[in-house]
Design a protein around this ligand. Structure first.
Ligand SMILES: Nc1ncnc2c1ncn2[C@@H]1O[C@H](COP(=O)(O)OP(=O)(O)OP(=O)(O)O)[C@@H](O)[C@H]1O
Length: 523
């Protein structure tokens, strides 16, 4: 079962952003031709069922089952989901050498930054320098082993591993445990990506970003023990609604939460690069939790965000605003990653990209949750990319089209400006976006205390680590969608592999720290 077939997108594009449209169009054709042989654009995933796995499974067969994707208890309900593209991930393809970088229209400082590979390659230096402890998170040596948990059921499946709902035996707390096969990661050249994912998860501590509790490894597998998002995927919740769309006020709520999550990631020095409904999970309270950071990019920077006190955007009211953009907007990276319909023009042009790609994806996301489709989707990849590069954003105008205000359309148009230097968010990052009149009713500091429009109907016994109740209602609440996940009360315990020390010299996963994180507010 292929869930997220990954493709490697070669440096097929010229690195000249001033390509003529016919020249670029030829290149698009080549690119499309190249990819058509190697990837599907939509893959099928299956909804999970609550049926427990047979208690007879031994550790070994259980782990083999994970590696081979042979879980028998997957429900065969196909749901169309979009795949992410990434470099260095496709079997049999060479890892990218140095990505092509167009430097013709960059400032000297930018070029200097790009020429230093340490700024855009995850090298051992960056990992050896990692520090995780913050004021609200304490990191210790790992305090659990695979035997500390019992498996409850499969939650989902990625390319090189699976995510299980597990229960910690000592305290009955539920977690989502991502178990990744080392052999698969090596084969698919995903080692650096999982190290990046662990780095981001370990460093992050934000209400809208999935929380990591433990990370450890055995001889054959890596384990990421995360907060269990009992509401499941936002994508599925969206697809359970008529027309797969939300009313504008609800869309505003989710766009606001996503903006805060992106703002935080940018402040931490990460570009997310894969925003889409499939990568947003819902906490049991209904609030979003951004997940799946394996396409994200940590960028080292020596400067800090600064306060802006001057008027910096059309909608600014001279309030001091945090500039989350300038301090690392000069850092460009060049991998071709993301999901076809969400990819920003500068990424297609292979002239390097910055944090501005995340604001582009916010525009696509907002459009999609309002209209049920993305704005540049073409009949094939070539057409989609061509639209992304050249087409204007059009808003459906037929009589039954969703009712979307001109203010909202204005925000979408500004986020989807093709020139990244003019795109909304390019001056002061999230502060620009938060000031747009579309968000005028959003109380940013109180957002996490609002009752979200979609509140998952969680069955008894399914509660995750924390509970929220008595929250103020968000506008246009959509009452209690049926929970996708049910749990049976008598679940068999299935032990996992024990953690085994690995000789360092042969282990490409030494950068994967075995840690336990204690977050402020944990019992
Ligand atoms: N913390 C979580 N709580 C609940 N379900 C989760 C959690 N994390 C992941 N899942 C489920 O597991 C699925 C697979 O998660 P994963 O992080 O591997 O993402 P992916 O996008 O499917 O894989 P890949 O990393 O290969 O792109 C998700 O789509 C989701 O349904």
């Amino acid at each position: 079962m292929m869930r997220k077939s990954e493709i490697r997108d070669k440096e097929s594009f010229s690195n000249d952003p001033r390509n003529s449209s016919s020249h670029l169009s030829d290149k698009l054709k080549n690119l499309f031709h190249f990819r058509r042989n190697r990837a599907v654009t939509v893959s099928t995933s299956y909804q999970n069922s609550s049926q427990p796995k047979s208690p007879e499974h031994s550790d070994e067969s259980y782990m083999e089952g994970i590696a081979n994707g042979s879980d028998s208890f997957l429900d065969q309900k196909p749901v169309l989901r979009r795949i992410s593209s990434a470099p260095d991930s496709h079997e049999g393809m060479e890892a990218p050498s140095k990505p092509p970088v167009n430097t013709s229209n960059m400032k000297k400082a930018q070029i200097k930054t790009l020429k230093n590979p340490a700024n855009y390659i995850f090298g051992p230096t960056e990992y050896s320098k990692r520090t995780y402890s913050g004021n609200s998170t304490k990191v210790s040596r790992v305090e659990v082993t695979p035997q500390s948990f019992e498996k409850v059921r499969l939650l989902g499946q990625g390319d090189v591993g699976k995510v299980y709902l597990v229960k910690q035996k000592s305290n009955n707390r539920l977690f989502a445990m991502k178990i990744l096969s080392k052999a698969e990661m090596i084969k698919r050249r995903k080692v650096q990506r999982v190290l990046a994912e662990q780095e981001i998860l370990t460093k992050s501590n934000h209400p809208f970003i999935v929380t990591l509790y433990h990370a450890f490894q055995s001889k054959d597998h890596l384990y990421l023990c995360m907060e269990y998002c009992a509401g499941g995927e936002f994508f599925r919740a969206l697809h359970s609604l008529p027309g797969h769309i939300l009313p504008e006020k609800s869309a505003c709520f989710y766009a606001a939460e996503v903006t805060l999550a992106l703002e935080y990631l940018h402040l931490m020095g990460f570009i997310y690069r894969d925003l889409k409904p499939e990568n947003i999970l819902l906490h049991q309270s209904g609030h979003i939790m951004l997940s799946d950071f394996d396409l994200s990019k940590p960028i080292s920077t020596e400067t800090h965000p600064r306060m802006l006190v001057t008027k910096h955007s059309t909608f600014s009211h001279d309030k001091p605003a945090l500039d989350t953009n300038s301090y690392f907007s000069v850092y460009r990276t060049n991998s071709f990653v993301g999901t076809e319909e969400y990819i920003a023009p500068e990424m297609i042009r292979s002239c390097g990209h910055t944090v501005a790609v995340d604001w582009w994806t916010l525009g696509i996301f907002l459009y999609e949750i309002l209209y049920g489709t993305t704005p540049f989707k073409g009949k094939n990849r070539h057409a989609t990319f061509s639209n992304i590069l050249y087409a204007d954003v059009n808003f459906p105008e037929y009589s039954a089209a969703p009712n979307v205000s001109s203010t909202c359309k204005n925000l979408i148009r500004r986020l989807l400006i093709k020139d990244e230097t003019k795109r909304y968010g390019s001056v002061a990052g999230a502060s620009d976006i938060k000031e747009h009149p579309f968000f005028r009713d959003i109380q940013w500091a109180l957002l996490r205390s609002m009752k979200p429009p979609i509140v998952p109907n969680i069955q008894e016994g399914m509660e995750a680590v924390s509970k929220t109740s008595g929250l103020p209602e968000a506008p246009d609440s959509i009452d209690h969608l049926n929970s996708q996940y049910l749990i049976s009360s008598n679940l068999p315990a299935v032990d996992m592999h024990s953690a085994t020390p690995i000789p360092e010299v042969e282990n490409p996963f030494t950068g994967f720290s075995s840690v336990t994180l204690h977050h402020a507010g944990d019992e």
